[in-house]
Design a protein around this ligand. Structure first.
Ligand code: DQA
Length: 140
């Protein structure tokens, strides 16, 4: 089984960026542990700060992987193009947000992506990615 995790803009700065909101760990540290915890699953990772690159990666993986875990960062709240990309591919997509966007500024309360995703995990920190892998493992 193959799963792709996609992180969008500014998530390359996890560990340094607003640690009171996003924590102290880099995504690379977390990813190594996640991969070790699921040795039976091939977990790939892609991060980009560019909307088009995220769309290209969804197109590429969306026909060949068993699931995509997507934290599109702020594009979540702005990008109809990303929503269309999710809708265009057969792979199930799980939306993840590290912070509880509903406790934050009103502009973070709306997601263009949620309606096109199988489900969303919000506000559980990096644990949200692990839960999404677990869910996809049993997804039919
Ligand atoms: C985020 C929440 C978004 O509102 C924000 O723009 C991010 C990170 C999260 O993981 O909590 O960059 O997606």
């Amino acid at each position: 089984m193959k799963i792709l995790i996609i992180n969008g803009p500014n998530l390359n700065l996890l560990g340094k960026r607003e640690p009171e909101i996003y924590g102290n760990r880099t995504f690379e540290q977390f990813l190594a542990e996640l991969q070790a915890g699921f040795p039976q699953i091939e977990i790939d990772y892609f991060q980009s700060n560019h909307e088009g690159a995220l769309i290209d990666r969804i197109h590429e993986a969306g026909f060949s992987t068993d699931g995509i875990i997507l934290n599109a960062g702020a594009y979540t709240h702005t990008s109809i193009a990303l929503a269309d990309a999710i809708a265009a591919v057969p792979a199930p997509v799980i939306e993840v947000h590290i912070s509880n966007v509903h406790q934050r500024e009103p502009f973070r309360h709306h997601s263009y992506l949620s309606a096109k995703c199988v489900g969303s995990i919000v506000g559980l920190g990096l644990e949200g990615y692990r839960l999404a892998v677990e869910y996809l493992e049993s997804y039919k």
